[in-house]
Design a protein around this ligand. Structure first.
Ligand SMILES: NC(=O)c1ccc[n+]([C@@H]2O[C@H](COP(=O)([O-])OP(=O)(O)OC[C@H]3O[C@@H](n4cnc5c(N)ncnc54)[C@H](O)[C@@H]3O)[C@@H](O)[C@H]2O)c1
Length: 311
């Protein structure tokens, strides 16, 4: 029986737990510092099981002992930026939270694979990898699946075709500098650059880059349905050893000319975690955009390291 721990019983964490249980992927432990919230959400999800017809156990807890023996740990714990809070304050607060929770989970599940979700995503994933001291294959971040799914959604809407026929690839960091790749985005094998004019392609890329902010502006809090589904797809790829080719935030060690940074790249996800980083041929512009994105992540990693030293 597979076991997945979801740290953080907030919007994203609860949605991840829902998908993982309802897709019959694993039993789920939801853990949070808030008392009652993980227990309540777990019970609510359990009470949906008879209707949906699954027998997965979902347990809410505040005790890390309950997470023992997890195959995958998903980290969604963190806080959102509040009024008056600087980016650095948020970075430091979430860095401390992520460091704290992964130390606790690692004690109980030394063999687990980690999927980090907490923002700023690429920096938090780097921090998790450095703190866990695990092989890079076992520590990854979720962003590319979500950003690509947003791109796919917009392509489907633009062309009025089923999203089942749309595939898309978005690389780079999970922020304004992400790199949607229209050349590698297709409707049933046909590149979207053949199906719409260049200005519409650019408009969809821009909407994808701003995809998170568009939702925050509408509902005043960050997205969780698509992020939760994205994490579940990664969990499925790993637990079922599916070898899915998915963009994930991974440790670049020379690939694409990038070194010692966590950034979104195409990967093959299976039982061992990141089984492979796939190297695509990029144009000079695409490569420059990816480098710019990675450079910006590296700068933020340096800022985070200074903030963590200056306690
Ligand atoms: N990577 C992505 O693509 C992506 C997408 C959406 C959201 N996010 C990020 O995911 C995170 C969670 O978002 P959300 O909407 O679920 O937020 P949320 O505020 O609803 O949930 C966060 C939860 O973390 C808990 N928490 C805080 N400190 C903790 C600790 N030390 N131990 C255990 N739990 C702790 C809080 O109590 C809260 O329940 C945020 O950082 C958000 O920016 C990332």
């Amino acid at each position: 029986m597979s076991k997945v721990t979801v740290v953080g019983a907030g919007f994203v964490g609860a949605t991840v737990a829902q998908h993982v249980a309802e897709q019959d992927l694993a039993d789920v432990i939801i853990i949070d510092i808030l008392e009652g919230v993980p227990q309540g959400k777990a019970l609510d999800l359990m009470q949906a099981a008879p209707i949906l017809g699954h027998d997965r156990k979902i347990v809410g807890t505040n005790d890390y002992k309950d997470t023992k023996g997890s195959d995958i740990v998903v980290v969604t714990a963190g806080i959102a930026r509040k009024p008056g809070m600087s980016r650095d304050d948020l970075l430091k607060t979430n860095a401390n939270i992520v460091q704290g929770v992964i130390k606790e989970t690692q004690k109980n599940s030394p063999d687990a694979i980690y999927i980090i979700v907490t923002n700023p995503l690429d920096v938090m994933t780097y921090l998790a990898w450095e703190t866990l001291k695990l092989p890079a294959a076992k520590v990854m971040g979720m962003a590319g699946v979500l950003d690509s799914s947003r791109f796919q959604t917009f392509i489907g809407m633009e062309l009025n075709v089923s999203v089942r026929d749309v595939r898309a690839m978005v690389l780079g960091g999970h922020g304004d500098l992400m790199v949607p790749l229209p050349r590698y985005s297709t409707v049933n094998g046909i590149s979207i650059t053949e199906l719409m004019p260049a200005d519409r392609v650019e408009a969809l890329c821009k909407r994808t880059r701003d995809g998170g902010a568009e939702i925050v502006n509408l509902m005043k809090s960050s997205a969780y349905y698509a992020p939760g589904a994205s994490v579940a797809q990664m969990v499925s790829a790993i637990l079922k050893d599916e070898n899915r080719l998915l963009p994930c935030c991974v440790h670049a060690d020379g690939q694409y000319g990038l070194k010692d940074v966590y950034v979104g790249l195409p990967t093959v996800l299976g039982k061992g975690g990141v089984n492979k980083i796939v190297e695509l041929k990029l144009t000079a512009d695409e490569q420059a955009a990816l480098k710019k994105s990675a450079d910006s992540i590296r700068e933020n990693i340096d800022v985070m390291k200074q903030l963590l030293v200056a306690v």
